[in-house]
Design a protein around this ligand. Structure first.
Ligand code: NAP
Ligand code: G4F
Length: 331
């Protein structure tokens, strides 16, 4: 049987790296779109290079940018993927208040550019859009499901709202097999260092090794539904294997405050957070999303997907990974 080909935008990010590994293991040929950077930023997919996968042409990287329609058109036309996973975004909520226009270009119009390239090229492909629980923002409903009205409260979330509806619109207008995965927060040792979970686990490891003394954080009362990224990429793939395209919430169904995450992470390293954690106003946002808690019963029912990793296991594996990384550096 012919090998399936998948195009991943955002392959150098947390989810892109796990998804690439998952698809290659499933026998796909993966093409990753990367943007030009002055320094090497492919550390999350380095392990893929070490495997014989590249030699066997199971994965290749091509230059492109979501802000450059011509590169997207060229890639879709020449690669002719069976599946496209649009994971690229300016994905930091707090940063989106500082660069709102750029965030909208990449995170909103980027999705439109890919969908337009699909229509213009006539390539028969399935499309996954990385939608977000940030769409719910200040929604009054808890837990949030596919039926909960959106109420986005950041430039990032508004951009994701545009991309969400554009995906639905191209599905309905052109019959494209296009799906939104409304993923709640998902974390891992590969999480960017400025997102709160990784900032905490990295600081815990550094404090344990005597490399740092204080951890400065913003709002400790915000609550999030935190899952493990490795579990979540399977759900992306499952959505594109269904008979009909649809939108799905992916979540654990549990919510925990940032404070709980801090306490658990410090407990894992037998440290006292009171001695080390300080509040810094710099890390507060102009408006906060207070509580996110997902209802993923549709995904469980229709995709057969459920999370495999508990909150405590997630915190523990992230702390352990950050400690081991320092050990490897000889710190
Ligand atoms: P991430 O680690 O921040 O990765 C973002 C990726 O997008 C990186 O590969 C980045 O490339 C790429 N990118 C940024 N701007 C680009 C541009 N102009 N053109 C091409 N590529 C660009 O994000 P993640 O946590 O893996 O999340 C993946 C996707 O899911 C994102 O769309 C995010 O908004 C969404 N999402 C994430 C979560 C979560 O909890 N993680 C939840 C819901 C939705 P560089 O390496 O060059 O920066
Ligand atoms: O880790 P965060 O920056 O993630 P946030 O804002 O929930 O967004 C992430 O999840 C979304 C899914 O819901 C994705 F769409 C998005 O791309 C991204 O992956 O912040 C989590 C919470 C916030 O309430 C924030 O105010 O932690 C709070 N927080 C407290 N102190 C902090 C800090 N956040 C960060 N980044 N840094 C702090 O020092």
């Amino acid at each position: 049987m012919k090998k399936k080909k998948a195009l991943i935008t955002g392959i150098t990010g947390q989810d892109g790296s796990y998804l690439a590994e998952f698809l290659v293991a499933k026998g796909y040929r993966v093409v990753g779109m990367v943007r030009r950077s002055s320094s090497i930023n492919t550390h999350r997919i380095d392990s893929l290079y070490e495997e014989p996968w590249i030699r066997d042409r199971k994965m290749e990287l091509v230059y492109g940018d979501l802000n450059d329609a011509s590169s997207i058109n060229r890639i879709v036309r020449t690669v002719r993927p069976d599946e496209i996973y649009n994971l690229a975004a300016q994905s930091h909520v707090k940063v989106s208040f500082e660069i709102p226009e750029y965030t909208s270009e990449v995170t909103a119009l980027g999705a439109l550019r890919i969908l337009e390239a699909i229509v213009a090229s006539g390539v028969k492909t399935r499309f996954y859009q990385a939608s977000s629980s940030e769409l719910y923002g200040r929604s009054r409903q808890v837990p949030q499901s596919e039926k909960t009205p959106f109420r986005p409260v950041s430039p990032y979330a508004v951009a994701k709202l545009f991309a969400y509806w554009t995906t639905v619109n191209y599905r309905e207008s052109y019959g494209i097999f296009a799906c939104n995965g409304i993923l709640f927060n998902h974390e891992s040792p590969r999480r960017g260092e400025t997102f709160v979970t990784r900032k905490i686990t990295r600081a815990v490891a550094r404090i344990k090794k005597g490399l740092q003394d204080k951890l400065y954080l913003g709002n400790l009362d915000a609550k999030r539904d935190w899952g493990y990224a490795k579990d979540y990429v399977e759900a992306m793939w499952l959505m594109l294997q269904q008979r009909k395209p649809d939108d799905y919430v992916i979540a654990t169904g549990e919510t925990h405050s940032v404070r709980e995450f801090v306490d658990e992470a410090f407990r894992c390293a037998e440290l006292d957070p009171k001695k080390h954690v300080r509040i810094d106003k710099r890390y507060f946002r102009p408006i906060e999303v207070n509580v996110l808690k997902g209802d993923a019963s549709k995904a469980r029912r229709e995709l057969g997907w459920k999370p495999k990793t508990s909150f405590k296991e997630l915190v523990r594996l992230m702390v352990r990974a950050d400690l081991e990384a320092l050990d490897r550096e000889g710190r």
